[in-house]
Design a protein around this ligand. Structure first.
Ligand code: GLU
Length: 365
């Protein structure tokens, strides 16, 4: 069997009970299936929720806390309990684990994003199983990944996963809520995620987790746009994840016919970078950038706004429309001096403003 890189995401309700404890039986079932995937030669990354859900009871709360400090403290307690449990069980399968706690702020810095990528590569190359969660205890509320569904999608993109498996209690997606509408139709395979689907998926989560089907669908769309095939569904037993890979999983497969993986640098530009300025380009330059796969040259730029340095990311506008984002090879002061000039009028080593490999059009963001 061809070796694949697989990201498995497991939600709080699939790992804990409503009293705020780890559910040993559920956890053992998931981990045996993950161990089976790894033994079959695949590389596996686990994105695990459940820190808040298994931490609040020991912290003295009767149910999942609603305050930020309550959640952050519960996550601090629960994360160590979870990892202790994972380390113990995976050790029985002779698998060494590594804990990685991420925040969105980590990803907004290009070097940190790149370092995270290198670390994943090193761990996977050495047969280690990375276990990821959001670093809830220090995450700033406005700057989180949203939920672990989205975190798993972004990680899948970063590591160029061959498959993202989002394990949940329901067997995938339906045309309507199957609990309320007996005529709801199950989707086995989807080749696109439309706005209409995002609209009818419910935002309701479980009592212990955060994301509902809507958040799964949004995450699936992100992974899908980054070129990663997604499975959302359920299963039991140690062969359940192998079943997903072989196409017989109990859930919904979401994949493009010809998926193209988006390079990490472009992912960073479109998803995480902070915008430092704006440049306006003319019709010809826009055509070259968007449709001819060419880089942007100074001759096509006619307005430079903001102060930026070489390597910063700027928005590119054609008249009033933002057509994309790219990493500039000029600082704003130099660019103002050379804009509008033909390449033979400026220093030969500095001709390109945005290289085509560092430009992402709005449609792809
Ligand atoms: N990071 C949270 C936790 O471990 C879960 C977030 C989510 O449910 O998506 O408790």
């Amino acid at each position: 069997m061809e070796q694949k890189r697989i990201v498995v995401k497991i939600g709080s309700s699939s790992l804990t009970n409503e009293q705020g404890e780890i559910d040993d039986e559920k956890v053992k079932d998931h981990l045996s299936a993950i161990a089976m995937l790894q033994k079959s030669g695949h590389e596996v990354i686990l994105v695990s929720s459940g820190a808040v859900a298994c931490g609040f009871k020991k912290l003295g709360y009767p149910s999942r806390p609603v305050t930020l400090k309550g959640k952050q403290a519960a996550a601090a307690v629960g994360q160590s309990l979870l990892v202790q449990k994972y380390t113990e069980i995976f050790a029985e399968h002779r698998i060494t684990t590594a804990q990685i706690l991420l925040t969105r702020t980590d990803f907004s810095k290009k070097d940190r994003y790149q370092n995270a990528y290198e670390t994943f590569e090193e761990l996977l190359e050495r047969g280690i199983l990375p276990i990821i969660n959001e670093n809830d205890t220090v995450s700033v509320q406005e700057l989180t990944f949203g939920d672990n569904d989205m975190l798993s999608a972004l990680v899948s993109g970063l590591v160029h996963a061959d498959q993202l498996i989002i394990l949940t209690d329901i067997n995938g997606l339906y045309s309507d809520n199957p609990k309320r509408n007996p005529n709801a139709v199950h989707f086995d395979h989807l080749t696109e995620i439309t706005d209409e689907m995002l609209g009818f998926a419910t935002a309701e989560g479980s009592k212990v987790g955060t994301g509902g089907m809507q958040s799964k669908l949004l995450a699936a769309k992100t992974a899908f746009d980054l070129g990663v095939p997604v499975f959302i569904g359920r299963g039991e037993g140690e062969r359940k994840l192998l079943a997903v890979l072989s196409g017989s999983g109990d859930g919904t497969y979401i994949e493009k016919e010809h998926a193209m993986v988006v390079p990490s640098k472009k992912q960073w530009i479109s998803l995480f970078s902070a915008v430092a300025g704006r440049i306006y380009i003319d019709e010809g330059a826009s055509e070259a950038l968007l449709h001819k796969g060419k880089s942007l040259l100074p001759a096509g730029v006619y307005i430079v706004q903001g102060e930026f340095s070489t390597g910063d990311v700027v928005e590119v506008y054609k008249e009033r429309q933002c057509i994309g984002r790219g990493e500039v090879l000029y600082d704003s002061t130099t660019l103002k001096k050379v804009m509008g000039k033909r390449s033979d009028e400026i220093d030969r080593n500095m001709v390109v403003v945005i290289h085509r490999d560092r430009f992402v059009s709005t449609g792809r963001m």
